[in-house]
Design a protein around this ligand. Sequence first.
Ligand code: C5P
Length: 224
Amino acid sequence: MGKIVIAIDGYSGCGKSSTAKAVAKDLGYTYIDSGAMYRAATLHFLNSYLSPSNPHDVEKGLKDLEIEFHPNPDSGEQETYLNGLNVEKEIRTMRVSENVSNLAKEKEIRKVLVAQQKKLGKSKGVVMDGRDVGSVIFPDAELKVFMTADLETRAYRRQQELLAKGDLVDLEEIQKNLAERDQIDSTREEGPLIKVEDAVEIDTSNLNFAEQVAQIVDLAQQKI
Ligand code: C5P
């Protein structure tokens, strides 16, 4: 049986990461969270007091930026490391969410992360989620999915996710952040969020988690 590349793009907070992770597990594929890399880069710039819109800062910030994924020894799930430190939890905080899209629109930063993402997916049997996976990172992916859901649903789901981690965040604050990120991500010059022609659109507003995973696994099995 041949292995394929699955690209999952879509708006912020529509469950791409958890869905992609479950699809990868089901198929025995590797899951790569491209958004985690932009989040880790954002944390690095914030912690180093560097501005992603200042070219000198960008040069400095990229010089000592090392992002890796390593499996958690208990769950086996991939976790994000920034310069050797596990930052999986910290990159999901509102502090990072509020700054990530402004970093992700910078051309020089995208160039570096996109090159790393292409390398990570060189061998087939990969599910990657993000904003430009089907358009820029893997334009030849055998299966491209574009996930959507209405803003209220997305904000509510994200709130529940944060709550499960012990973070109580106001629904309105989450909704505002998701809308802002969508706006910046869709209108930037470099690798904007778009639905490519050959992507299958899945609106998850009225689907439960198991249903959205099953739909993508089904689509993948038709291609394998
Ligand atoms: O997927 P996630 O919501 O964690 O992504 C965080 C942010 O990273 C997005 O809002 C977007 O600005 C950026 N991103 C990107 N390209 C990707 C993945 C994420 O620009 N492939």
